[in-house]
Design a protein around this ligand. Structure first.
Ligand SMILES: Cc1cc2nc3c(=O)[nH]c(=O)nc-3n(C[C@H](O)[C@H](O)[C@H](O)COP(=O)(O)OP(=O)(O)OC[C@H]3O[C@@H](n4cnc5c(N)ncnc54)[C@H](O)[C@@H]3O)c2cc1C
Length: 477
């Protein structure tokens, strides 16, 4: 039966579920508050440059190919996903030694051996254990890709969302049991930070991400991730989906515990059989649901927030030291994480992630400038206010670490834009920090949540997988 479906928000999670449902013949309308679609993936403007604003690491890239599998030929041709053989480069804070983590285990083992032959000998056991956790959680072989596809996609989200440790250990204990050298530990410890979680309190089952990365690789999209948004919008509109930009939804109307429609900011009511909110469940409840039962029962537990620096640089020194994804692993990492997740203090030497697209595609302009994004985790806004003065202190610490890795780096900055936790919250409606809630609230019928807040872990993977799960559930009703 064809339904009238309203989606609030045009982030990747909103657009992806819109494409899936429109492809099934439903009448789908997306309302986007901003004048530009894409939410966190829309891109950010810095002088005359347009940078990727959010997602850069693309795990399980087949989720995207799968979403576009029935798209018109010309759209599919523009979707160029490339595998990245060298996944991460992780430096110690002196900027001296680095660990390279590849998709190919042999290459990773060789890189570990340069730093710690003893840890290199343990790498096989680490691989086996991560693959076992992955299999146990999904109850299927990593090799079983076709028939088990649906299970993999929804299974990963569900599994990572459960807080029960597989081995009754934390993720950090799991990594530290396998490796003893601090830099090697650092090369495998950081994954929970990407989704705002503390490696020292996260469950060990997060280790399955290593198996996922080995199995499916990490990909990047030619032309940057904002290209994904452009292609999703094109596909959605060709499926006769309607996208209203600059049109904020003010309220979700609920009657007898079932959604009836939405009310726009000018007061106009629009009926809908189903409503899918691309805002986080917490934001949906706080801002859009005024009457009837509350969809979230327990109070959210927030993870960390971030400082994001968007940079235009010219002639950076030691450019060859950078990979697409480069990490600076500080000394005293556990104290650093303690500061980020449990205190209102800033770590003395920050953990830093650098995204440098110039490594994979030439962005060279006539004047030799390139773009770069630098991210560091910070205590969330419920722990600390994050004033402008504090942001300047953090900026100084970040630049000092970058200057150590790439001496003279600071002088190469031509433009910069600093996005504080407060600005992230204002720009992207982010919560105080990250948190996760189920895809479907128990007490309100025909309401769904799509996006990266519903399944812990993998950003775009959660957004794309939730889109597929919602379209499956609506189709089955
Ligand atoms: C700095 C940064 C780095 C990241 N790096 C990665 C990465 O490397 N890999 C990865 O997989 N993920 C990454 N992520 C996460 C990734 O950006 C998201 O998972 C992805 O963009 C999906 O977002 P979403 O669908 O949940 O919705 P969002 O992008 O949050 O979109 C929600 C949309 O709803 C709109 N909206 C809000 N209120 C209303 C209203 N009242 N009415 C109408 N519209 C409304 C907003 O304007 C927005 O467009 C990163 C995020 C950030 C911030």
């Amino acid at each position: 039966m064809k339904r009238s479906i309203t989606i609030i928000g045009s982030g990747v999670g909103g657009l992806a579920v819109g494409c899936r449902l429109a492809a099934l013949g439903h009448q789908v309308t997306i309302y986007e508050r901003n004048s530009r679609p894409g939410g966190k993936a829309a891109g950010v403007n810095l002088e005359s440059y347009w940078l990727d604003s959010g997602p850069t690491i693309l795990r399980m890239p087949h989720l995207i190919s799968d979403l576009f599998s029935k798209a018109p030929e010309d759209i599919r041709q523009q979707l160029q996903l490339n595998q990245l053989p060298l996944h991460y480069r992780v430096y110690e804070s002196s900027g001296g030694r680095c660990l390279d983590v590849y998709q190919e285990p042999e290459q990773t083992r060789n890189s570990i051996a340069q730093i710690s032959p003893e840890d290199a000998r343990r790498y096989d056991a680490f691989q086996h254990e991560t693959a076992r956790i992955y299999r146990n959680n999904l109850q299927l072989e990593p090799e079983r890709t076709n028939g088990g596809m649906q299970k993999i996609k929804s299974g990963i989200g569900r599994s990572l969302s459960s807080a029960v440790p597989v081995l009754q250990a934390t993720y950090a204990q799991f990594v530290e049991r396998h490796f003893s050298h601090p830099l090697i530990q650092g090369g495998f410890l950081f994954h929970p930070i990407f989704f705002g979680q503390n490696p020292y309190t996260s469950p060990d089952k997060i280790a399955m991400i290593h198996a996922i990365e080995r199995q499916w690789g990490i990909a990047y999209l030619q032309g940057g991730m904002r290209n994904l948004v452009r292609l999703l919008v094109d596909y959605f509109q060709r499926l006769s989906g309607k996208l209203y930009l600059g049109t904020a939804v003010d309220q979700i109307e609920v009657a007898k515990d079932r959604v009836t429609g939405i009310r726009l900011q000018d007061g106009e009511f629009r009926q809908a059989d189903y409503i899918i909110s691309n805002l986080s469940p917490y934001q949906t409840q706080a801002r859009l649901i005024r009457t009837g039962p509350k969809p979230i029962q327990a109070g959210p537990k927030f993870g960390c927030s971030f400082l994001v620096m968007y940079l235009v640089v010219r002639d950076i020194p030691h450019r060859e030291k950078l990979n697409l994804h480069t990490i600076i692993h500080p000394d005293g990492f556990s104290n650093n994480m303690q500061s980020v997740f449990h205190t209102d203090r800033f770590a003395s030497s920050p953990w830093i992630y650098i995204y440098f697209p110039g490594v994979i595609e030439s962005q060279a302009t006539d004047d030799g400038t390139e773009t770069m994004v630098v991210i560091t985790p910070l205590p969330n806004l419920s722990l600390i206010e994050h004033t402008s003065k504090e942001m300047l202190t953090i900026r100084r610490k970040v630049l000092s670490a970058l200057n150590t890795l790439l001496p003279g780096f600071e002088e190469t900055i031509v433009h910069e834009k600093i996005t504080s936790p407060r600005l992230l919250q204002e720009t992207y409606d982010m919560d105080w920090g990250t948190h996760y809630q189920p895809i479907r609230p128990l007490l309100i019928d025909r309401l769904f949540f799509s996006g990266d807040s519903v399944w812990r872990g993998l950003g775009l993977v959660s957004a794309l997988a939730s889109a597929e799960e919602i379209s499956r559930q609506i189709s089955n009703e």
